[in-house]
Design a protein around this ligand. Structure first.
Ligand SMILES: [Zn+2]
Length: 279
C-alpha cells in the first residue's frame, strides 16, 4: 500500500476546482478568447442603437444577460454556462442583487463579468426621471454590484463615481433608453454603454424552441454579434443548454468581455445600417 496515488488524486481534484477549464469536457463549447474593452472617454456599442459595435470576427459572439439575478432562473443559466465552460456578462439590477446576493457572488466566482443595469430598472424608462434622480439610481446600482457581487468596501449610495472603482465599467440602459445627461456622465467617468447587436425579444413570453429559432436565424444572417438575453426568464433558462449546443454545432466561438485599458476599439456598422432603437 502506498499513499502516493491518493495524494495525486487529491491534488487533481483540487486543481480541477481551482481551474474550471480543467473540468470541462473536450466537447464543451468553451470560451474562445477574452476581449479587454477599453472605456477611456466612454464608448457606446451595439447595432440596435448605435452605429458601432465590438470588434468581433466572423462567427464570434458575446453573451449578455439583463435583469437578474433571479432566484428561479439565474442558477439554471449559470449551470448551463458552467457545463459548457462559457463566460458571459451579466447586467444586473441593484435591488435584485440585494435580494439575491448569493447569485451575484456566484456570477463573479465563476468568472463572469458583472456590470450594472441601474438600481431599480425605472419604468417606463429613465427618461421619465429628473437627471439627478437618474444619476442617483445609476450610482446606487453600481454600488450594489461592487459591494455585494465583488465584495468591495463602497458606500451604498455614493454621490459620484470618483469615490470608488468599478470592476467592470460597463452599463446598459433599461429599454436602451439613454439620456443625454447620463451619456455625458458616463463619457466623463470612462464607463462604456452597451446596447446589443442581436436579441430574441425574450422580454415577451415565448417557447424555448421559438427563442432558439429566432436567435439562430438572427445569428445566421449577421454572422457575429453581441447577444442580449434575460436571465430572469424561464423560457431563456430552459433554452440555454440547447442554445449553447447549437452555437457549438454551427461553429460559433464565444468571446468574454472584461474591463480593458485605454480607448476601446470598435467596428463600424455594416453598410445601410439603421438604428432599430434610436438612442
Ligand atoms: Zn432590463
Amino acid at each position: 500500500m502506498t499513499l502516493r496515488p491518493s495524494l495525486a488524486m487529491a491534488a487533481a481534484i483540487i486543481m480541477a476546482a481551482l481551474d474550471p477549464a480543467a473540468a470541462c469536457s473536450p466537447d464543451a463549447l468553451g470560451t474562445a478568447r477574452v476581449m479587454p474593452v477599453g472605456t477611456e472617454g466612454g464608448l457606446a456599442v451595439g447595432l440596435k442603437s448605435y452605429p458601432r459595435t465590438l470588434p468581433l470576427q466572423d462567427h464570434e459572439v458575446v453573451l449578455t444577460f439583463d435583469d437578474g439575478p433571479a432566484p428561479d432562473t439565474t442558477a439554471k443559466i449559470l449551470d448551463a454556462l458552467a457545463k459548457e465552460c462559457v463566460r458571459a456578462t451579466f447586467f444586473v439590477i441593484g435591488e435584485k442583487v440585494e435580494q439575491s446576493s448569493d447569485l451575484a457572488r456566484r456570477e463573479v466566482a465563476e468568472g463572469h463579468t458583472v456590470a450594472s443595469h441601474t438600481y431599480s430598472h425605472p419604468q417606463p424608462t429613465m427618461r421619465a426621471m429628473s437627471a439627478a434622480a437618474a444619476r442617483a439610481d445609476v450610482l446606487r446600482g453600481m454600488a450594489a454590484v461592487e459591494r455585494l457581487a465583488y465584495g468591495a468596501d463602497v458606500d451604498a449610495a455614493p454621490r459620484d463615481l470618483s469615490s470608488f472603482k468599478l470592476h467592470a465599467p460597463f452599463f446598459r440602459f433599461p429599454g436602451f433608453a439613454e439620456t443625454a445627461d447620463l451619456h455625458a456622465f458616463f463619457a466623463a467617468n470612462n464607463v462604456a454603454i452597451f446596447g446589443t447587436d442581436l436579441w430574441a425579444a425574450d422580454w415577451i413570453k415565448m417557447t424555448p424552441q421559438k427563442e432558439l429559432d429566432v436567435l439562430m436565424g438572427a445569428l445566421d444572417r449577421a454572422g457575429r454579434g453581441m447577444i442580449l438575453l434575460h436571465d430572469d426568464k424561464a423560457w431563456t433558462a430552459a433554452m440555454m443548454p440547447d442554445f449553447l449546443r447549437a452555437l457549438k454545432a454551427h461553429g460559433y466561438r464565444v468571446v468574454h468581455i472584461v474591463a480593458g485599458q485605454g480607448r476601446g476599439e470598435t467596428s463600424p456598422a455594416p453598410k445601410g445600417w439603421r438604428a432599430e432603437a434610436p438612442p
